[in-house]
Design a binder for this molecule. Structure first.
Ligand code: GDP
Length: 317
């Protein structure tokens, strides 16, 4: 942000990313955050989006609204993953431009990159090969969103740009037993196995795929930093630079939860892409670096999980 008094609209403020951004900007002293509940603004309805932008007149937009989910949700519901993510981005970018928004930061995902991209994946790998099948619908929507930003910037001179985070986790994650991403899925499964005194836990797939994880508070810092830059690139990666196999991840979760039984794999479940390590050289050279290590971050996420479970506030969408 150029100033703490700017009117900043955070789309998707109830989600894990949006709520982390709200925490970060409030702590930084931002005074004019614009937030909208879904009951007052459905981003899939164009007329509502246009009326909202005309009425609330944001100067900066952080677009963290999305239908998100893990490998099973993505693969089994490709229609809403493509449709909702596509129209939400199209409505928001166009309404922002029509109402005079000068700055728009769009949240994408590292799954936009080709399945066989070089590792670590540089931003230049975009659209150089076929996508991973299990999340193709989400990736196509996110590619369309980042291209909207790029082309509105190119044609109209507005600073609309995108950040591509790696696999995220942290407070407020989705703990649905089947539709969540791997880390919240494992936190829940190991917690329940531990509580029930089970002697084994089964993880999906072979356990050999590698994933890079970034705590959502580190992403919120990256977002704040990117918005302070005058002329950022169209697309910037944000990752921790550290990858683990799914089995190693399960071992860390087991240790944090205190589960000492056996960890089994289920090769009949899909593995997804083999590796997805982002190259965040640009963002690091611009002055950002992640602060929260994986084990420490998982311990924090587990605390949040337990507090929400105890308060009946666990998100399971
Ligand atoms: P992806 O990064 O887009 O593939 O999405 P996920 O976070 O859903 O899955 C990452 C990897 O973790 C895949 O190889 C999954 O098969 C594996 N995995 C292992 N156990 C689980 C689980 O309980 N839930 C999920 N979502 N993935 C799991």
């Amino acid at each position: 942000m150029q100033s703490l008094n700017e009117r900043v609209f955070i789309a998707g403020h109830r989600g894990m990313v949006g709520s982390a951004v709200v925490r970060r900007l409030k702590a930084a002293g931002c005074t004019q955050l614009i937030l909208a509940e879904r009951s007052e603004l459905d981003l899939c309805r164009q007329e509502q989006v246009e009326a909202f932008f005309q009425r609330s007149r944001p100067e900066t937009v952080i677009f963290a609204a999305a239908r998100v989910g893990g490998i099973l949700a993505n693969a089994s519901q490709p229609a809403p993953f493509l449709y909702e993510n596509l129209v939400m981005a199209a409505h928001a970018v166009h309404a922002a431009w029509m109402s005079g928004v000068k700055r728009f930061l769009y949240l994408g995902s590292s799954c936009i990159y080709p399945r066989d991209a070089p590792q670590p994946i540089p931003e230049s790998a975009l659209l150089t090969g076929p996508l991973e099948r299990t999340n193709e619908a989400y990736a196509i929507a996110k590619i369309a969103g980042l291209k909207l930003c790029q082309f509105y910037r190119q044609q109209y001179g507005v600073t609309y740009h995108s950040v591509m985070p790696t696999n995220l986790y942290g407070p407020g994650d989705n703990y649905h037993p089947d539709h969540s991403h791997v880390l919240p899925g494992l936190i829940r499964r190991f917690h329940e196995a531990q509580a029930a005194g089970k002697d084994s836990v089964t993880i999906w797939g072979t356990g050999t795929p590698r994933r890079e994880f970034l705590h959502v508070d580190d992403l919120a810092a990256a977002i704040e930093h990117l918005l302070s830059l005058d002329d950022p690139p169209d697309v910037v990666n944000a990752g921790s630079g550290h990858e683990v196999t799914i089995r190693e991840l399960a071992e860390i979760v087991a240790e944090v939860v205190g589960f000492t039984g056996e960890i089994r794999t289920d090769p009949d479940r899909p593995d997804g892409v083999a590796r997805k390590l982002t190259d965040s050289t640009w963002l690091r050279s611009a002055g950002w670096s992640p602060r929260i290590g994986l084990r420490e971050g998982i311990a924090m996420a587990y605390e949040d999980f337990r507090a929400r479970l105890a308060g009946d506030r666990l998100r399971t969408v």
